[in-house]
Design a protein around this ligand. Structure first.
Ligand code: CAA
Length: 420
C-alpha cells in the first residue's frame, strides 16, 4: 500500500497587537470600503521588534509540540520557511532548535523563496518521508514572516505577521498530500523583493498581481495534467477545478484569492476539450462565478482577513482557517492548494482532508490565540513601526511565548514567558 504522508497537526502564533483596517483607512484619508471590500481586509497584525520571525516561529513550534504531545526524539528535520531572515548565515531554524532545546540528531535549515519558502520546506519534508529516507521520523516545518511595506505606502493595508508550525508525518490527520501530482511554475521577475539591509519590501504592486496569476496558470496546468493522468480529476460535465471540494490560495490580501480563483477557472474554461464555442469575454464572465468562489474559496479566508499577509504562512493560515471551521465536514475530501512566492515561484498541489482534522484543529487552540490579541490605535501602530529593531521594548512575553530581548555583538538573545 502507498505510504500516506502529509500534515499531522499545526499551530499558529501571532503578534499581541493588531489594528482595525477601517481605523487605518480613516487615518490615511481613504474610503474604508477600499480596504474592506476592495482588498478584503478586516484587521492587520502589528509585530513589535520583540516579535521577530524567530520569536514567532519558536512560539508556534512550542505550541505545536505541547498541544500534540510530540516526542522531540521523533523529529528528524526542522525547517523554517521565511523571507524575514535575521542573519545571512545562521538560520531561523537554528534559533528555534536552541530555544526549544530540541535534540541534536536532526537536519536543521531554512528555505527561502519569498512567500513560496514555506511550501518548499513542506515539500522537502514530505518527499523525504515519502522516499523512506526518514525511516519513520517526522519533520517540523515552520512558516514565519513579518510583512512590512511601511507607513503611507500602497502596500500598507496588506501588511501582517505571524507563524504557522506544521508537523509532517506518516500520520496525516489534517491533510494527506497527493505526493507527485504537484505542478510548478517559476520565472525570473522583479515583482516584489526585499533588498539586503532594508526592513521594507519593494513592490511593483499591480505587476506582482499579474505575475501571481501567470505563475498560477502554469502551476495549475502542471498539476491538472498529472491529476488527469492519475484519474484524480476528469474532463466531464464539471471542470477539473470544480472537482476539488475547496481551493486554498496564497493570500497577500483576501481579494487576491478571488482573482486567483477566477484565473484558475479561466484555465479550465480555455482548455476544456469539446467546450461549446464561446468568446474570450464570455469565458471571462463565466470564470468570475460568485457561486464557485463562495463554495470553494470564501470559507478559508477568516484568519487571513484578521491577520493580514504573513508571506510564507499565508497559504497555511488559509488551511488553518478552513479546517478550523469545516474540518469535520471535509473529512475524506480532496482540496487544492496554490502557493506563490514573488520573484517568482508557484506550486499547485492537492491533498485529502483527514478523518481526525476537526479533533486536531481543536488541539491547536486558535480561538484562544486570536482572543489574546489587543487592538491598538493608529498612533500606537505608528509608534511601533518606528521603533528601532535592534532595541526591543522590555516587555514580559505571554506565557509560553518567546520574545527577542536584545541584540549584543550581533548575537540575539530571547526570553520565554513563564507558564501561567
Ligand atoms: N470601494 C471599494 N473598492 C475600491 C474602492 C472603494 N472606494 N477604491 C478602490 N477599490 C478597489 C479597486 O477597484 C481594486 O479592486 P480590483 O483589484 O478588484 O479592481 C482594489 O480596491 C484595490 O485598489 P487599487 O488597485 O487602486 O489599490 P492600490 O493601487 O492602492 O494597491 C495593491 C493595491 C497593488 C494590492 C497594493 O496594496 C500592494 O502593492 N500590495 C502589496 C503587493 C501585493 O500584495 N501583491 C500581491 C501579489 S504578489 C504576492 O502575492 C506575494 C506577496 O505576498 C507580496
Amino acid at each position: 500500500m502507498k505510504k500516506l504522508v502529509g500534515i499531522e497537526a499545526l499551530a499558529i502564533a501571532v503578534p499581541r497587537r493588531y489594528v482595525d483596517i477601517e481605523d487605518l483607512a480613516r487615518a490615511r484619508g481613504v474610503d474604508p470600503a477600499k480596504y474592506t471590500s476592495g482588498l478584503g481586509a478586516r484587521e492587520m497584525a502589528v509585530a513589535d521588534p520583540g516579535e521577530d520571525s524567530v520569536a514567532l516561529a519558536a512560539t508556534a513550534t512550542a505550541q505545536l509540540l505541547r498541544s500534540n504531545n510530540v516526542d522531540p526524539s521523533r523529529i528528524g528535520m526542522l525547517v523554517v520557511g521565511t523571507e524575514t531572515g535575521v542573519d545571512h548565515s545562521k538560520p531561523v531554524a537554528s534559533h528555534v532548535q536552541g530555544l526549544l532545546k530540541l535534540p541534536r540528531a536532526m537536519r536543521v535549515f531554512d528555505t527561502q523563496h519569498a512567500c513560496y519558502g514555506g511550501t518548499a520546506g513542506i515539500m522537502a519534508a514530505t518527499e523525504w518521508i515519502a522516499s523512506g529516507a526518514a525511516a519513520g521520523r517526522s519533520a517540523v516545518v515552520v512558516c514565519s514572516d513579518i510583512a512590512r511595506y511601511g507607513l503611507n505606502t500602497a502596500g500598507e493595508p496588506t501588511q501582517g505577521a505571524g507563524s504557522v508550525a506544521l508537523l509532517i508525518s506518516e500520520q496525516p490527520d489534517l491533510l494527506a498530500i497527493d505526493v507527485g501530482l504537484n505542478g510548478s511554475c517559476s520565472m525570473d521577475v522583479y515583482d516584489f523583493w526585499r533588498p539586503l539591509g532594508r526592513r521594507e519590501a519593494v513592490v511593483d504592486g499591480h505587476y506582482s498581481i499579474q505575475c501571481y496569476l501567470d505563475a498560477l496558470s502554469g502551476a495549475y496546468r502542471g498539476w491538472r495534467e498529472r491529476a488527469l493522468a492519475h484519474e484524480v480529476v476528469r474532463w466531464g460535465p464539471s471542470l477539473p477545478g470544480d472537482q476539488l471540494s475547496r481551493i486554498l490560495y496564497h493570500v497577500p490580501f483576501c481579494k487576491m484569492a478571488r482573482k486567483a480563483h477566477t484565473q484558475l477557472r479561466l484555465c479550465d474554461l480555455e482548455d476544456a476539450p469539446n467546450a461549446p464555442a464561446s468568446t474570450a469575454e464570455a469565458r471571462e464572465e463565466q470564470a468570475k462565478s460568485a457561486a464557485s468562489y463562495e463554495a470553494q474559496v470564501a470559507s478559508s479566508l477568516g484568519l487571513n482577513a484578521r491577520i493580514g499577509n504573513v508571506y510564507t504562512a499565508s497559504l497555511y493560515l488559509a488551511l488553518a482557517g478552513l479546517l478550523q471551521g469545516e474540518g469535520e465536514k471535509l473529512a475524506g475530501q480532496r482540496i487544492g492548494l496554490m502557493s506563490y512566492g514573488s520573484g517568482c515561484a508557484a506550486e499547485f498541489f492537492s491533498g485529502v482532508v483527514g478523518e481526525k482534522a476537526a479533533k486536531r484543529m481543536a488541539q491547536a487552540g486558535i480561538e484562544s490565540v486570536m482572543a489574546g490579541r489587543e487592538r491598538v490605535s493608529i498612533a500606537e501602530y505608528e509608534r511601533i513601526m518606528n521603533l528601532p529593531y535592534e532595541a526591543p521594548d522590555q516587555i514580559a512575553p505571554a506565557p509560553g511565548a518567546f520574545r527577542l530581548a536584545e541584540i549584543k555583538d550581533h548575537k540575539r538573545r530571547y526570553v520565554e514567558g513563564a507558564a501561567s
